[in-house]
Design a protein around this ligand. Structure first.
Ligand SMILES: Cc1cc2nc3c(=O)[nH]c(=O)nc-3n(C[C@H](O)[C@H](O)[C@H](O)COP(=O)(O)O)c2cc1C
Length: 389
């Protein structure tokens, strides 16, 4: 086993904290306001227990499944994140790792690498968009993604532009100019390994968003793209239905918490939804997705694929979400810690850790397949669940 191998995501996170400049690490920890939602995402998994069997267990266990029309080796998908400045290979390293482990990948429209570069190394890419720009611009972006080979579209709808954190937000420059270099120098010089990883490529992070570029133009900066998004008119449900029609393949709405919203997502003909609070980065106080999941599954689980993201750090977390009715989970910070710690092999390591944990939980629960999991496999405190809407 390589000495760089880590056995849990928590170890990868500690390694990431040591390797990343303070501001970059803080941007990944994120969370909003008081951090109620980001804490609850983790706490909810801790509060759910297992009801294991001890005999009649299965020697062979399967976790392969199909999500958004993609055959995947396990029910875990890379959730879209803007991986600015974490690693020089950024989303391309993540995409290679996901491909090598048979896992689909959501690519953020705020990513640092283009949809073309990412689709070139992974044939199960789901392109993620926010409601940003006018209709023509959105169509142009999704056509570009389709031409590049994206197999599905994720529309993320939960964002309320909260910008305060009780522990302070890191300073993120618009571009890496002389002022930024001088200001960030102390924390960057304290992380020589990170600096060297970029120095070897001959360039520093550009903090641009190539997937938000207009045809023939330079990519906007992260804040330029964010500004476009902030200025955009917020979508109605019929706007969302319009976008769904433009993308004729598999279509996911990410960020649903409420049952009434989930029903609307079904009505507009989406293929999937993700019960999610944006990793606790959005409206603080939104309960952990794990608490809201069963009510959504009960309402729409027969009509649409239901995913969950937020707080997944272990294979056993994946199994808990599946037992409560999710078809699959998406992971965010877990793979970002792996990427920061060891690049592509770190992301592969995280996926292997999750796979091992899923397998171990299936064994203990006496299941031969992830599809056999149900609510009797877990034990929850009486006040655990939340039905929203
Ligand atoms: C640093 C960071 C950047 C993110 N960027 C995006 C994004 O661009 N698009 C999106 O839909 N979600 C984004 N998310 C949310 C993730 O897709 C996902 O919902 C969340 O990370 C899940 O929670 P977890 O980190 O606990 O796994 C981001 C999350 C983090 C931590």
């Amino acid at each position: 086993m390589a000495s760089s191998w880590f056995e849990t995501v928590a170890i990868a996170q500690r390694r990431a904290e040591k390797r990343l400049p303070k501001s970059v690490y803080a941007a990944l920890v994120a969370g909003s306001e008081k951090g109620l939602s980001s804490s609850d995402n983790l706490a909810s998994f801790d509060q759910l227990g297992f009801a294991p069997h001890v005999a009649g267990l299965f020697n062979e266990r399967s976790m392969a499944t199909t999500i958004m029309g993609q055959s995947v080796s396990m029910p875990v998908i890379i959730s879209p994140t803007g991986v600015q400045a974490v690693h020089p290979d950024g989303e391309v390293a993540v995409a290679k790792a996901a491909a090598s482990r048979g896992v689909a990948m959501g690519l953020s429209s705020f990513a640092s690498r283009s949809i073309e570069d990412v689709c070139a190394v992974n044939d199960r890419v789901l392109f993620q968009m926010y409601w940003s720009g006018d209709r023509d611009t959105m169509v142009q972006r999704l056509e570009r993604a389709k031409n590049a080979g994206a197999k599905g579209l994720i529309l993320t709808l939960d964002w309320s532009f909260a910008n305060g954190r009780d522990w302070g937000s890191p300073w993120i420059p618009d571009t890496i100019d002389l002022r930024a270099v001088l200001k960030l120098a102390p924390e960057v010089l304290a992380r020589p390994r990170w600096l060297w990883s970029f120095a070897k490529t001959g360039h520093l992070p550009t903090l641009t968003t190539p997937n938000m570029a207009a045809p023939g133009e330079d990519p906007p900066t992260f804040f330029g793209a964010y500004d476009e998004w902030m200025q955009s008119t917020l979508p109605s449900w019929s706007d969302v239905a319009w976008l769904r029609e433009q993308w004729q393949g598999p279509f996911m709405v990410k960020g649903v918490s409420r049952v009434d919203d989930a029903k609307r997502v079904v009505d507009l003909g989406a293929s999937a939804l993700s019960v999610s609070n944006h990793g606790g980065n959005n409206l603080d106080g939104t309960p952990a997705p794990l608490r809201a999941l069963p009510a959504v599954v009960d309402a729409v689980g027969e009509q649409i694929e239901v995913l969950l993201d937020g707080g997944v750090r272990r294979g056993s977390d994946v199994v808990k979400a599946l037992a409560l009715g999710a078809n699959a989970v998406m992971i965010g910070r877990a793979y970002l810690w792996g990427l920061a710690a060891e690049g592509q092999s770190g992301v592969e390591n995280v996926l292997d850790v999750l796979r091992g944990g899923i397998d171990s939980a299936l064994l203990g629960l006496g299941k031969s397949d992830v599809k056999e999991l149900d609510r009797t496999d877990v034990v929850a405190p009486t006040d655990f669940f939340r039905k929203l809407g």
